[in-house]
Design a protein around this ligand. Structure first.
Ligand SMILES: Cc1cc2nc3c(=O)[nH]c(=O)nc-3n(C[C@H](O)[C@H](O)[C@H](O)COP(=O)(O)OP(=O)(O)OC[C@H]3O[C@@H](n4cnc5c(N)ncnc54)[C@H](O)[C@@H]3O)c2cc1C
Length: 453
């Protein structure tokens, strides 16, 4: 009996897909990374399915690639030859939602926005909101420590995670953390697993923190600038002035143009960048007025304050369209550098210079309030790999981000795509210690090999 037949016999009927064409769609994420040929896809519907799969994988030394919705932008869910894809997308129960304790216990396949909607029914919210919130899973968000638009005020996924249920490589179940707001017993294993990109264990449940949803709609503005650098300077000034925005997103001309081409937004010729900001405190309009002044002082040509929740939703909708609009231009290498917010203008200049020097088309959006920029390098759809000039420009952008005190990835993770630059940021000691941690949890190296570290 082949290894895959053994697994088919052990799992309840209908849990495994083996048709090569169907498997292929489960073997990729949203990057250009080409997968290999996995043995099959397990559609887990319970923790027991995951335990059985991991026991089998350990016995047969089969690599396992955990998978949520496959919206990742770093190649983390790309499956290699002879591996098994372990999809958690069908584990969609919200096991508990406790308004009194402001927590929820959820399975990994719950879609981020579904949890937020369930929380809103109780006056609460799930704060981490990646732009992919309508399509990405909580399991994927946890495994990548996803950020989002609200993170400038409420923090990233790790800041909303209290505890995890994890199935280890050999099928044992590890419960980390707690359901209390505080707690320091032992090592912070929850923090370790959040952001571990499926390389240490498979998350089968999470206890997450919910927060009070603001009582009033956020006060919102959009400012137009004659250059991206001016917009970056405005962000640095807003942060330095202590405005504490609840959202601060930046889009460059190329991104706005791509969105305008997809769905007309009435883009003016002179607009080279747009900054969208929000404040969700009770006197948000006063904070927005202050942010408006700082935009004008830093070269904004026009600032509009939203007059209705619908207008605000439309504006944020424009921002959330950015990646989809760019995918229409060509294949995308999406980068994710994060720099201290005081040096945003310098980082923007470095991106513009790299684009010009290497003749590469780069469209940039940024969770600017966090200093997190997504320069998206566009190349021909037909090309399997980005051409040399794209890698050279990306090299330059990463190197400059690190020189400015930044990091390679603010929220998407290392996956496969950023491993080539890892040594630039993590020295040999970090790499040795990381390999040691991997060895403790996954001594056979079967969990998502070739990713993250
Ligand atoms: C249009 C668009 C907008 C985006 N905007 C943002 C954004 O604003 N912020 C942001 O951070 N990201 C963003 N992303 C990237 C992506 O949506 C996030 O990384 C998201 O967290 C991935 O979730 P997923 O369910 O698709 O995970 P997948 O892509 O399926 O997996 C991602 C990684 O998590 C691992 N994994 C998945 N589930 C589990 C599990 N249960 N246990 C262990 N490991 C697991 C996988 O092995 C892989 O390494 C965006 C992507 C798109 C397409």
């Amino acid at each position: 009996m082949s290894a895959i037949d053994v697994l088919v016999a052990r799992l309840p009927e209908g849990r495994i897909l083996t048709d090569p064409e169907v498997i292929d769609s489960y073997a990729r994420d949203r990057t250009f990374c080409e997968p290999g040929k996995p043995l099959g896809v397990v559609l887990a519907t319970s923790r027991d399915d995951v335990v059985e799969t991991m026991r089998w994988a350990t016995e047969h030394r089969v690599p396992v690639v955990p998978r949520g919705a496959g919206t990742g932008l770093a190649g983390g869910a790309t499956a290699g030859d002879g591996s098994i894809v372990l999809s958690l997308a069908k584990m969609t129960a919200i096991r508990e939602l406790s308004p009194g304790d402001e927590i929820a216990v959820v399975e990994p396949g719950v879609i981020n926005a579904d949890l937020d909607r369930a929380a809103r029914a109780h006056g609460l919210m799930f704060a981490p909101d990646p732009s992919s919130y309508e399509i990405s899973t909580i399991g994927g968000n946890l495994a990548t420590n996803a950020g989002g638009l609200r993170c400038v005020k409420y923090g990233v996924t790790r800041d909303s995670t209290l505890g995890l249920e994890v199935v280890l490589a050999d099928g044992r179940i590890l419960n980390t953390g707690r359901r209390t707001m505080k707690g320091v017993t032992g090592y912070d294993l929850t923090g370790l697993f959040v952001g571990s990109e499926g390389t240490l264990g498979v998350i089968t449940a999470a206890t997450v923190r919910l927060r009070r949803a603001p009582a009033q709609p956020p006060a919102t503005f959009a400012a137009e600038f004659p250059s991206l650098r001016d917009a970056g300077a405005a962000v640095s000034a807003i942060i330095a002035a202590g405005c504490q925005p609840s959202l601060m997103e930046l889009l460059d001309r190329a991104t706005l143009q791509a969105i305008d081409d997809m769905r007309s937004i009435g883009l003016e010729d002179a607009t080279m960048a747009m900054l969208i900001g929000q404040s969700d405190v009770p006197d948000g309009q006063a904070v927005v007025s202050r942010m408006e002044e700082l935009c004008m002082a830093n070269g904004a040509t026009f600032v509009a304050v939203s007059s209705s929740p619908q207008e605000t939703d439309d504006l944020i909708g424009v921002r959330r369209m950015a990646y989809q609009a760019k995918e229409r231009l060509g294949a995308c290498l999406v980068e994710d550098v994060c720099v201290p917010r005081s040096v945003l203008p310098e980082m923007i200049t470095a991106i513009e210079e790299a684009a010009a020097r290497h003749g590469v088309r780069i469209c940039t959006v940024a969770h600017a309030g966090d200093g997190n920029l997504h320069p998206v390098f566009i190349f021909d759809h037909g090309t399997a790999e980005p051409p040399a000039e794209v890698w050279a420009a990306a090299d330059e952008v990463f190197t400059r981000a690190l020189e400015l005190g930044g990091t390679l990835t603010g929220e998407h993770g290392v996956g496969m795509l950023k491993r080539r630059w890892l040594a630039l940021e993590s020295g040999p000691v970090v790499q040795e210690v990381s390999a040691g941690i991997k060895g403790v949890f996954d001594p056979l190296g079967i969990l998502n090999p070739g990713k993250a570290i």
